[in-house]
Write a protein that binds this ligand. Structure first.
Ligand code: AMP
Length: 277
């Protein structure tokens, strides 16, 4: 496994790659969800590149950029055993020098869900992914369904800007009790960790109601709200049932919909989703 600590080093290693390159952008503090993306990238390409970069521009000033968990030594050990070929670990100043002034913005679908709660978030995500794609020049880039809106936004950016790569979206990896794996789960107290599977239980409730023929989105969202509210520490940010293409809320579930939610449980804000239909 080779490690590039600067953009220049990464470009140099890229210039020596032969065959297709699969790329997994991450913010580190890796878990099984990340490693599944890496093994898919490895299986489908000659070279697997992983970046570790806690991107400051996707955090609002009041969010957890400074406190975001980091453990580079552990990450490198995990990536080496997952068969990663190149790890790219750029510095903040290398990615955003003092005179940095260019932003990439996807409109439309970023107005909803995460974009509504975190208005500057997706501009940071699309800007950093554009930069990473230009540096790494991947043939395929791998994203997790866990961040469903992020994956849709990246697919839209790649299509709209005619970027020369394929975006692959891989299923959400969960703990045994259903909790979606996330670097932020480490913030949960033991008590909160015990309650955290309520997010997935609420999504399963939506799936069950829909399977039994319920198509009223409001009724389903009310039932999900009631279930999550049974956990006193849970603060619901949103529960959404939205059209999978536009991310606009639907009242009557007909085609494919994204059922998603964001819930603050103690310190961390957890997100999860499923697709119905
Ligand atoms: P992050 O390090 O949180 O920015 O995540 C890096 C990539 O891993 C993103 O594409 C995430 O959607 C994906 N990811 C994070 N958690 C999971 C999970 N539990 N299952 C599948 N993919 C995930």
């Amino acid at each position: 496994m080779q490690t590039a600590h600067s953009i220049e080093e990464m470009k140099h290693l890229r210039s020596k790659c032969r065959g297709s390159v699969g790329f997994v952008p991450t913010m580190g503090y890796l878990h099984e969800g990340h490693l599944e993306l890496v093994s898919q990238a490895k299986n489908e390409n000659y070279v697997a590149v992983v970046s570790i970069f806690v991107n400051p521009t996707q955090f609002a000033p009041h969010e957890d950029f400074k406190a975001y968990p980091r453990d580079l030594d552990r990450d490198l050990t995990l990536l080496e055993s997952a068969g990663t070929d190149i790890v790219f670990i750029p510095g903040d100043k290398d990615m955003y020098p003092a005179d940095y002034d260019t932003w990439v913005e996807v409109k439309g679908i970023t107005r909803h869900l995460e974009g509504r709660s975190r208005p500057t978030h997706f501009q940071g995500v699309t800007t950093v992914c554009s930069k990473l794609f230009n540096i790494v020049e991947p043939n395929k880039a791998y994203f997790g369904q866990k961040d469903a809106q992020q994956a849709l936004v990246i697919q839209k950016m790649v299509a709209d800007l005619n970027m020369n790569l394929e975006v692959i979206v891989a299923p959400t990896i969960r703990e045994k009790d259903g909790l979606a794996m996330s670097s932020r789960n480490v913030y949960l107290t033991p008590e909160e960790r015990k309650s955290a599977p309520v997010l997935y239980k609420a999504l399963q409730l939506a799936r069950d109601m829909h399977a039994k023929g319920e198509s009223d989105a409001i009724l389903i969202k009310n039932a999900m709200t009631k279930l999550i509210s049974s956990v006193p520490a849970a603060r619901i940010d949103y529960i959404s049932i939205a059209d999978i293409g536009t991310l606009q809320e639907v009242n009557d579930i007909r085609g494919r919909v994204l059922v998603s939610l964001a819930v603050k449980l103690g310190k961390p804000r957890l997100v999860d989703n499923i697709i119905l239909g």
